[in-house]
Design a protein around this ligand. Sequence first.
Ligand SMILES: [Fe+2]
Ligand SMILES: [Fe+2]
Ligand SMILES: [Fe+2]
Length: 271
Amino acid sequence: MYQFTTDCLIGIEEIDEEHRALFQMINEAFDLLSDSSESSMVLKNLLEKLKEYAATHFAHEEAYMERIHDPELPLQRREHAFFIEKINSYHLEATAGSPSSAEELLTFLVHWLYSHILSSDIIIGKISPKETDPLAFTDEYKTGIELIDNEHRRLFEIIAEVKRLIHDEMMTDKYDEIIQLLSSLREYTRFHFEHEEELMEAMHYPDLEIHCMAHTAFIDRLVDINLSELNNIDDNQQEFLLNLLSFLQSWLVEHILKSDKLIGEYRKLLL
Ligand SMILES: [Fe+2]
Ligand SMILES: [Fe+2]
Ligand SMILES: [Fe+2]
């Protein structure tokens, strides 16, 4: 049973309801698979319905993002198209007759969905305007766990470095700096997530699994950044950096406020 927990809530009711429904359909399909008395026709119909529902949901989400001029819309469109393609690439006729390939497809879909919601949908409407002040690490972000707060502060600093790089007008080719910044960000994030996960494990934190999934989804987005899109044209680099900054800032703020602070609250209960 794949749980749709509060970590998956993005705070836009219509979209949250549709995500919940998608999870429910996938869970039903898994149940059907394990129940051998069910005919393959039923499973086939359910997969067909899942595909239709996902397409309708993506259309709603994209329309919403368009209305609010969300800068991540092009990326989301690409990711949604990938999901639909993946379902299409499985021939449902064949799938229905072969439980293992149906199971493979469903497992892929549910993991994709978790990762997509936790890394991309979660920041719909949260992208901060590009010209705001650099992030200040205020008390609002504190979890009350010193180690974690210090590491979050360091992450904010790395993001501030990205910001400085964007505004450095003396530098025309920023390629090397970008590469360096991205690798230190990846490295530091991994290091920090490890600490956070160890801490959650040590105190038997109940939402450990979904919290770790959010971390993995974030790292995956960092790893997936397509460096080949970066060339020596200054404008292109500026745009790349601005998009990167928006994503990092929004995701981190959202994750700290919504998920990491809960770890701090849980720890207080144990003290
Ligand atoms: Fe979605
Ligand atoms: Fe989405
Ligand atoms: Fe976290």
